[in-house]
Design a binder for this molecule. Structure first.
Ligand code: MG
Ligand code: MG
Length: 254
């Protein structure tokens, strides 16, 4: 079932979205060679709790931490550890909150120091594909319009679109209907209606779209060990133009 949110619910979802956005920016300031992913996780948990909210991922289906921290060929759901970031890594940070009974969920891929030109392009194109998808998130369009816009943009660069993980509705639950795949056909899928709130989150691989799950049951890696990037924002469907509830502004003004 797809729930349409009231104006009051959208405002609470916006508060969550902004807190997640600010948390990602706090984490981003500390992304440097030598920092462990566990240190970043602790910092995010403290920041979220200091703002009167609760980490949305901690304990969700028994996930052990506040952040999903995915380095290089890890696509998503990396578990924070003693791993020390090193120059040239990329780190995808996915963060969730619960505040006033609703969820926030947003992700951003950071470069650790200087990264190769190829990796910089993967990050740039993945980020661009998110905004191509958002531009289609309008009342009257269909989910497939978002999917096709993302897929078309990244496949033109030879990149692989992860099939196993998709975007989603968000509200009192972190993952609500409809699914928002990053691959699909224009004009297909559920019709978008005003009041739907969705997370659009391209997960894009430099090489093959194929992935595998590690034995820890969480860590999803690319099959060919090439890097993967991930960006996620929350959008409220409106007539005329999409209303983006979360933002990368706090991150990118650092
Ligand atoms: Mg997320
Ligand atoms: Mg999500």
């Amino acid at each position: 079932m797809i729930t349409l949110k009231t104006a009051e619910e959208v405002e609470i979802l916006r508060e969550n979205a902004l807190l997640v956005s600010k948390t990602l920016a706090e984490v981003g300031k500390r992304v440097k060679p030598g920092v462990t992913t566990l240190e970043l996780d602790r910092l995010a948990e403290t920041f979220i709790r200091d703002h009167g909210a609760v980490p949305g991922f901690l304990g969700y289906e028994d996930f052990p931490n506040t952040l999903c921290l995915s380095v290089n060929d890890v696509v998503v759901h990396g578990i924070p550890s003693k791993y020390e970031l090193k120059e040239g890594d990329i780190l995808s940070v996915d963060c969730g909150t619960i505040y006033k009974g609703y969820y926030g969920d947003s992700a951003y891929t950071f470069a650790v120091g200087e990264v190769s030109e190829a990796v910089r392009q993967l990050m740039r194109v993945t980020r661009e594909s998110l905004f191509k998808g958002i531009a289609q998130a309008l009342e009257g369009n269909r989910v497939g319009d978002i999917s096709a816009a993302i897929q078309g943009h990244v496949e033109a660069f030879g990149y692989g679109v992860v099939r196993e993980m998709v975007g989603h509705g968000i509200g009192k639950n972190m993952h609500e209907k409809p699914d928002i795949p990053n691959y699909g056909k224009r004009g297909n899928g559920k019709r978008l209606r005003e009041g739907m709130v969705i997370c659009i989150e391209p997960m894009i691989n430099e090489g093959t779209h194929e992935v595998f799950l590690e034995s820890d049951g969480w860590t999803l890696r690319t099959k060919d060990s090439k890097p993967s990037a991930h960006y996620e924002l929350t959008v409220c469907i409106k007539k005329g133009q999409p209303e983006v509830l979360s933002t990368f502004e706090f991150i990118e003004q650092n």
